[in-house]
Design a protein around this ligand. Sequence first.
Ligand SMILES: Cc1cc2nc3c(=O)[nH]c(=O)nc-3n(C[C@H](O)[C@H](O)[C@H](O)COP(=O)(O)OP(=O)(O)OC[C@H]3O[C@@H](n4cnc5c(N)ncnc54)[C@H](O)[C@@H]3O)c2cc1C
Length: 397
Amino acid sequence: MTETPVADERMAAVAALKQRFQAFINGEVIPLEPLLEAGGEAAAKAMAELKARAKELGLWALGHPAEIGGGGLPFMDFVYMNEVIGRSWYGQQAVGSISMQDSIMLHRYGSQMQQERWLRPLVDGDIYPSVGLTEPEVAGSDPTLMRTTAVLDGDEWVINGHKWFTSGANIAAFTTVFCETEPQQRKHAKFSSIIVPTDTPGYRIERVVPTMGSTLGGHCEVRLDNVRVPRENLLGGRGQGFVIAQKRLGPGRIFHCMRWLGQAQRAFELMCEYAKVRYAHGSMLAEKGEIQRYVAESAAEIQAARLMTLDAARLMDAGDEARVQISLIKFWGARMLHNVIDRAIQVHGALGVTSDTPLEHMYREARFARIYDGPDEVHRMVVARQLLKDPVGNAPW
Ligand SMILES: Cc1cc2nc3c(=O)[nH]c(=O)nc-3n(C[C@H](O)[C@H](O)[C@H](O)COP(=O)(O)OP(=O)(O)OC[C@H]3O[C@@H](n4cnc5c(N)ncnc54)[C@H](O)[C@@H]3O)c2cc1C
């Protein structure tokens, strides 16, 4: 009985904070999107000012642990914030949450030296991280095929390999490189993760891979030729690479899905606003059954994805790995995002595919969502395999 007022108070505090984020993102970040999009010095200056403003408003790095300079917001509270932060694709960068997954990983597995050198400046927004797992020669959706190797030579790891889609490597201070260090071990236990500063000799960005569109940095192709780093750059233990990657990806997928909800919600609002002012064939678009179907279906998909994501987040917060739930929301959330933006574009007609609205950019970004952090098919496979094993015990409800 006594729990209700406390829970109510907590939810009221979450709602109030969410409103503050919403005011910042809608009022200050979104209006600058075209300038930020143009890149160059003016964009860099505008982003620096947004970061300073987020700090001034007490909205900076709130999801990072307090003992390393973050706001120490509980996981669930920060999950809610992501929906609002995600309304702009520059939101994460502006409020210091772009590196949340790496912060979680370094906080959990990093040594004191690693935390001082890489985690603190990352939380302060002074550096960016990057992660190198995927390789062009082998299927990224089966990372046990990875070919990059590291061998210990005295007190140094010597790393050789070829990565791509190392997002943001061109602006990052370091890449956490996943590689084989224990060839004699079984499948997953072969791999470790090693922190490689991007200015280490032998670390070379071959190119920023041209893609459909990117917000921060670029998706880089990276060569590692006899790269030498101190043995203490090993993150966690030898052979722990997969455990670490998994601990990074779980919460990361929840944050992704919440941000996708922010994007979908924004597209939904644009669709409704436009449908109410566009006149054709004797009535406003909003009065036509077909358009009302778009509105109703989008509302249903958004709300279903929101509830599924929050359910997975609560389970994870309670200590469960929530594997089925995470995979469910990864493919369902990505599809919802695509569908809602697609309908919003359709309602806008030709205007929808121009850069006069944010929809075309949102659509390009949404296409990535069905691939990164595991393609749809792999997540559906995870869900189906678990349910076929035990349709009742492994059910996500
Ligand atoms: C925008 C973006 C950012 C990224 N950022 C990073 C990053 O920072 N660091 C990093 O290491 N990687 C990153 N990636 C890479 C991403 O994680 C991989 O692209 C993903 O894991 C898939 O690997 P792949 O591209 O090699 O595709 P593959 O594994 O070759 O798969 C190709 C296709 O095969 C199909 N497929 C695969 N497995 C199955 C299956 N079991 N059943 C049925 N069909 C299947 C799917 O349709 C899949 O799309 C990023 C990717 C994108 C698009």
